[in-house]
Write a protein that binds this ligand. Structure first.
Ligand code: ADP
Ligand code: MG
Length: 277
């Protein structure tokens, strides 16, 4: 384990309204209602739910980017007061500064650290090594592939030594192979550091692969529909029957049609072996 240790997160009776800008309604619109969520230090929790159910809003509130809410949000037992590098955030887009190299972007993530030049260099070098970008340190963001840019963005966030990571669909703009690779790397990072992870995803397989607990949300107003515990041992086998059974449970919780016929109507003639012959 690294020196970083995960911080616990506690959300209690969280309500959130946004001012109505459509002109068709009166008063503010409620986007989150009664969110209660406890995440133990070092846990990996995924929030999943339809677009607009308030997933990003929850992360922004926990990050301290928006202080306008009612209820309680505590990180490490302390009510949040504005953004803090102990709570790192990753987005779908890499958000790197285009005029800085990878190394400079990552160094910026540690701007507060007070490290001298040599120590900062070593810190940044270690992070680039860790995300597999040592060879790309002097490239600019425009010279990176999508997967490399997201790796750089991860390194920049890690540079601040976060103890809670808020990940807002960080892999959803990547191609399938990069997504699988980064899921593995995120899992390794989590196992090694014990950083608490709160992932927002709309990818059911990603949620089952990575998380200890999957919080299923519904919209209008955003609220928790159900919580699915995931005790599958790691490393997880994406094609195992238990993995697929858990996926099926989530499809059901999300009310997603999988194409499966109603019980009793399955075609008994088709075994998997026959189907792929
Ligand atoms: N700054 C804002 N002002 C007004 N409404 C917003 C703002 N941000 C998000 N919303 C609305 O709040 C709801 C939840 O948004 P969001 O948290 O982005 O959902 P999700 O990430 O689950 O797709 C949506 O209906 C969205 O349109
Ligand atoms: Mg969102």
């Amino acid at each position: 384990m690294d020196t970083a240790r995960g911080l616990p997160l506690e959300i209690a009776r969280l309500d959130k309204h946004y001012a109505d800008r459509s002109g068709t309604r009166r008063g503010p619109r409620q986007v989150l209602r009664g969110i209660d969520l406890e995440v133990e230090a070092g846990a990996f929790v995924t929030l999943i739910g339809p677009s607009g159910c308030g997933k990003s809003t929850i992360l922004r509130l926990v990050a301290g980017l928006d202080a306008d809410f009612s209820g309680a949000i505590r990180v490490g037992g302390v009510p949040i007061r504005g953004p803090d590098l102990s709570r790192g955030m990753l987005f779908q887009e890499h958000r790197l500064f285009p005029w800085l190299t990878v190394r400079q972007n990552v160094a910026l993530g540690a701007f507060h650290s007070g490290l001298g030049a040599a120590a900062l260099d070593a810190h940044v070098g270690g992070l680039l090594e860790r995300v597999g970008l040592a060879h790309a340190a002097d490239l600019f963001p425009s010279q990176l592939s999508g997967g490399m840019a997201q790796r750089a963005s991860i390194a920049r966030t890690l540079a601040g030594n976060p103890r809670l990571l808020l990940l807002d669909e960080p892999f959803s703009a990547l191609d399938a192979f990069n997504r699988l690779a980064l899921q593995l790397e995120l899992e390794r990072l989590w196992l090694r550091t014990g950083i608490t992870m709160i992932l927002v995803s709309h990818d059911i397989e990603e949620a089952v692969y990575l998380s200890d607990r999957i919080v299923v949300l519904e919209a209008d107003p955003g609220r928790i529909r159900t919580v699915v515990e995931n005790r599958l041992p790691r490393p997880r086998d994406r094609v195992s029957p238990v993995f697929n059974a858990l996926k099926a449970r989530l499809f059901e919780a999300l009310h997603v049609e999988t194409g499966a016929p109603p019980a009793g109507l399955a075609d008994p003639a088709h075994t998997p072996e026959e189907a792929i012959r």
